[in-house]
Write a protein that binds this ligand. Structure first.
Ligand code: URA
Length: 188
């Protein structure tokens, strides 16, 4: 399962690996996590057809286990080439595996989510924006609140991707995101 979406997208998402449904359909994020991703996109006035979505691994790990280092190594040149071809302004990494691979740093998603970082991929400057993985946020309301707030900064990052945008004030960020999660996502 290679990837799918708008080849001219300014925003590219990189997840972990195809799951059962993705493997069957040959499309990324078509299960529950994908539905949440679509709701989060709608919250910022975007839809799936506006973005490009890929994964670190191009094949489903047996039993949905975590990707192994040699599997990541085997697939990474494909991902880097995809980023070179799509030429997005912002690459939003979903979860630990995509974040660590593309940042080249060992820092976990809990430490770095919502913190954009200028990086160079294929000779082009790209803004890397780590986000919690939607599958993790599905079952952890507190994580969904944070993911929703981090998502809310994407339009600003896309508007001026070369300049850092100050993070929202934490208290406001939480209140706004909670409202968004309960009212707009309709999950609770
Ligand atoms: N989770 C991922 O990381 N990628 C998918 O494509 C689906 C679920």
């Amino acid at each position: 399962m290679f990837g799918a979406g708008n080849a001219r997208a300014d925003l590219m998402f990189v997840g972990e690996a195809p799951g059962f449904h993705e493997d069957k359909q040959g499309l990324p994020f078509v299960g529950q996590a994908g539905k949440l991703l679509e709701k989060l996109l709608a919250q910022i006035g975007m839809q799936r057809s506006d973005v490009y979505i890929a994964n670190v691994l191009k094949c489903r790990p047996p039993g949905n286990r975590n990707p192994l280092p040699d599997e990541i190594e085997a697939c990474e040149s494909h991902l880097f080439r995809q980023i070179e071809l799509i030429q997005p302004a912002v690459v939003a990494t979903l979860g630990n595996f995509a974040t660590k691979l593309l940042s080249g740093r060992p820092l976990g998603i809990t430490r770095v989510h919502g913190q954009e970082q200028e990086t160079t991929i294929g000779g082009r400057s790209v803004l890397l924006y780590p986000l919690y993985h939607p599958a993790a946020a599905l079952y952890t309301p507190a994580m969904l609140t944070v993911l929703s707030a981090d998502f809310a900064r994407l339009p600003a990052l896309l508007g001026r991707s070369s300049e850092p945008v100050p993070p929202a004030e934490p208290a406001l960020k939480l209140v706004a995101a909670q409202a968004a999660a309960t009212e707009q996502l309709g999950l609770f």
